[in-house]
Design a protein around this ligand. Structure first.
Ligand code: MRU
Length: 374
């Protein structure tokens, strides 16, 4: 199987007319790409998690804005802006929790509003193309920086360390390298032995199995000594003394350091606290939403019952008609977090002050305003 690090998760096609995404719903069995240029198909790909992971859907949002804007048949700037606003709102409605999607759409829209004076629609389309490509390129550099800060922590713990992770916040969840798995890729670059120096434990991550299907695949194709465990085995492994550190990704961090990540993350953090295992959250600064005071304000995506009751089974595994809860994310309290690793450094409590010192500020929102998050 190809090393996952060499696969492009999301890119703009050479002719600039489509987004090419790796269909993550087929992994690890099949490596297939989709070429998307219709609004409904892009929306479906994000909603169905064909492209997923907060930074990767942010990059997709940037390309979606550009491609759909470039298809608009008008020379009138006011009409162009009005249509772009509709595009932004439609694409943003595909998934609510990861702030990176609205962050990228807001960034594209801010460029349009700030630079439209004195430009033709055709010139503005070219400018939007540049911006969408910049978002992807920056994501790669940001992920590498997160990896470098995380690697410093691994170095302190020493070779042979056990790392636990939840869901997938690896290269597949970003443009390259990932956030939570980036420190592992940097360690490998620094000559760490993948079989002896690193032992990675991937929570299977019910109900959509991003840990088993994606993180385990990434780590195994990188040659790393990798283990999959059902989510309810995390406490057992932590108690065994095999885990030196936990790295998770995240979808949105509030100003006080509370953060939303894949469902089950808060349980992992609570258990880690019990066993005294350092618990780090890895996130680009674009995932930090300084407009939210605490995690109580984060909008949690609720998904279909069938993902829990039947999707992975030959026959339904719960009685017909039973109630099902299927929140895609949960919020972990900041008191359980050892540090938040960003591309600007590692933030520690009190998190708001730490973020402010790093220059992280609230950004102007055209979509995903606070009143939409109730
Ligand atoms: O529903 P998903 O698979 O998009 O959820 C992904 C996660 O929860 C990741 O941990 C998060 O987006 C960070 S990815 C760098």
């Amino acid at each position: 199987m190809a090393n996952a690090l060499n696969l492009d998760t999301v890119v703009l096609s050479e002719d600039g007319k489509s987004i090419i995404i790796l269909d993550q719903t087929l992994l690890p069995g099949k490596t297939e790409y989709l070429s998307l240029n219709k609004a409904e198909d892009i929306w479906e790909a994000i909603y169905k998690l064909r492209v997923r992971g907060a930074p990767a859907i942010g990059v997709t949002g940037g390309f979606a804005y550009y491609i759909l804007a470039s298809q608009l048949d008008t020379d009138d700037m006011d009409q162009f802006v009005a249509e772009c606003t509709k595009i932004m709102e439609y694409i943003n409605s595909s998934r609510p929790t990861a702030v990176n999607l609205s962050w990228a759409l807001n960034r594209m829209h801010a460029v349009l509003l700030a630079e439209k004076e004195g430009k033709t629609v055709a010139q503005m389309k070219e400018r939007l193309k540049e911006e969408s490509i910049a978002i992807r390129e920056e994501d790669i550099a940001i992920s590498r920086n997160i990896g470098a800060y995380g690697y410093e922590l691994l170095e302190k713990l020493g070779r042979g360390v056990g790392v636990m992770t939840h869901c997938n916040a690896g290269t597949l969840a970003t443009a390259k390298y990932g956030t939570a798995l980036a420190p592992i890729y940097i360690a490998l670059e620094q000559g760490w032995d993948p079989k002896k120096d690193l032992h990675v434990y991937c929570d299977e991550t019910r109900p959509l199995l991003q840990g088993a299907r994606l993180s385990a695949y990434e780590m195994q194709t990188a040659g790393v000594d990798t283990y999959v465990q059902c989510d309810n085995m995390a406490s057992y492994t932590m108690k065994s003394g095999k885990i030196g550190i936990i790295f998770v990704g995240c979808d949105r961090v509030a100003a006080n350091g509370d953060f939303a990540n894949k469902i089950g993350t808060s349980g992992v953090a609570i258990i880690a606290k019990h066993y005294g295992i350092p618990f780090y959250v890895c996130a680009p600064s674009s995932t930090i939403d300084m407009t939210l005071e605490s995690g109580d304000e984060i909008n949690i995506e609720q998904r279909k019952a069938e993902e829990v009751t039947e999707m992975w089974y030959e026959q339904r595994m719960a009685p017909e008609g039973v109630g099902v809860v299927n929140p895609a994310f949960d919020v972990t309290d900041h008191s359980l977090v050892t540090g938040i690793i960003t591309e600007k450094g590692i933030a520690t409590a009190p998190f708001k002050e730490s973020f402010e010192k790093m220059g992280i500020r609230p950004v102007e929102k055209y979509v995903d305003k606070k009143e939409l998050c109730s």
